[in-house]
Design a protein around this ligand. Structure first.
Ligand SMILES: NC(=O)C1=CN([C@@H]2O[C@H](COP(=O)(O)OP(=O)(O)OC[C@H]3O[C@@H](n4cnc5c(N)ncnc54)[C@H](O)[C@@H]3O)[C@@H](O)[C@H]2O)C=CC1
Ligand SMILES: N[C@@H](CC=O)C(=O)O
Length: 347
């Protein structure tokens, strides 16, 4: 029976969700997936770090309070985040990288990924920064070291999009896509329709674990811009940089705008899109659009996301599901681990 040793880098909502899944489902995974997972290290800027080559108690980790330096209370733990030691020297086969997304330069998460990959350690991540800003380099680094760099959760959380399109849609001729790719902003627009203020709706999205560390990234479209770059580069073979994508958000949409839209049987949605032009180039944008309620994306509400691929052979193929959430996103990490088990599985 395969047992994967994993180090968790960042122990906020998503990686705590993964630890919870491990605590609750490891025994079941042995039977249904053919492997189990042992946590051998955790590091977090706020909580500290710990390495235990024989394995940590996942249930105990999940129950740790969110207090500065709290890992110092565990035997062998420390209040400092020794990220490099945990990544390179905990004996992990793989890291789950889930620190904050930095939309400007992808750091320090990109460095964490490099440390792991160049040490021959697989990386699963939900962090959009390294993928959107340094994806080609990290994929090449992984290839050269014979390990995997997987990032299904970087777009639409646990809802399968990247692997689905990569594995089930090659040959279909994807010409473009448009979608609702941010759970927080869609949640805010939905709650504003119910009469909540913008600020209260953002606060709720934060409480529910949907929002970025700085929710400006959600409401100004920067998060969607990263996802558009990831999808366009992955599925349209584009070479887009973040600066190639025109971007605006939802912060200027007022309660009056929302009410007027409803009166006209329409809804405001933050739409990320990309399409291949006749000259072969790819054009992409992020903007709030007023959609008639008959539009397939108009009825997508709350933290649900949806993306519609425009294909040559099937017309529009639409995938919808959770776009944010701790357990939902932790599931994306599990799906990456399953993919690694399938392609690189230890005998
Ligand atoms: N929460 C969600 O619904 C989704 C989140 N993501 C992405 O997954 C990642 C994690 O998300 P959450 O867990 O919700 O965020 P979070 O803010 O709850 O947790 C991030 C953790 O990383 C730690 N951290 C920050 N800088 C660090 C550093 N330099 N070294 C070590 N630890 C550091 C923080 O102390 C925090 O505990 C983010 O990149 C986010 O964009 C992706 C899809 C959905
Ligand atoms: N903050 C993001 C989390 C997932 O990427 C969102 O709200 O969609």
């Amino acid at each position: 029976m395969t047992e994967y040793k994993i180090a968790l880098v960042g122990f906020g909502g998503v990686n705590r969700g993964l630890a919870q899944l491990i605590a609750e489902r490891n025994a079941e995974w042995k039977a249904s997936l053919g492997f189990s997972i042992k946590i051998v290290g955790v590091t977090d800027l706020f909580l500290g770090s710990i390495v235990a080559k024989d394995g940590l108690d996942a249930k105990q980790l999940v129950a740790m309070p969110v207090e500065k330096g709290v890992f110092a209370q565990l035997p062998g733990g420390t209040a400092e985040a020794f990220n490099e030691t945990v990544i390179r020297h905990s004996g992990a086969d793989m890291i789950a990288e889930a620190t904050f997304t930095n939309p400007v330069d992808g750091e320090p998460a990109t460095t964490f990924c490099r440390w792991a990959l160049e040490s021959g350690i697989h990386v699963v991540t939900t962090n959009k920064g390294p993928v959107a800003l340094h994806g080609a380099e990290l994929k090449d680094l992984a290839r050269r070291h014979g390990v995997a760099f997987e990032y299904e959760g970087s777009v639409m959380s646990g809802t399968p999009v990247i692997r689905l399109a990569r594995q089930a849609l090659p040959g279909v001729g994807i010409q473009g896509f448009e979608g609702i790719l941010n759970g927080t902003s869609n949640y805010v627009l939905t709650r504003m329709k119910d009469g909540l203020s913008f600020n209260d709706a953002v606060a709720q999205a934060q409480q529910l674990g949907y929002a970025e560390a700085d929710p400006t990234a959600d409401v100004e479209g920067f998060d969607v811009r990263l996802k558009v770059v990831i999808l366009a580069n992955e599925l349209l073979n584009a070479r887009l940089n973040v600066s190639d994508v025109a971007c605006s958000g939802i912060s200027s949409i007022s309660p009056e705008d929302i009410a007027q839209a409803s009166a006209n049987d329409a809804s405001w949605k933050l739409i990320g899109s990309a399409s291949r032009e006749v000259d072969g180039s790819v054009r992409a944008s992020v903007e709030a659009r007023l959609l008639p309620n008959s539009h397939p994306l108009a009825g997508i509400s709350g933290a649900t996301n949806a993306v519609s691929f425009n294909t040559a052979l099937l017309g529009n193929v639409t995938v919808s599901g959770p776009g944010a959430g701790r357990i939902e996103t932790a599931f994306a990490l599990l799906s990456d681990i399953i993919a690694i088990h399938t392609t690189h599985g230890k005998q």
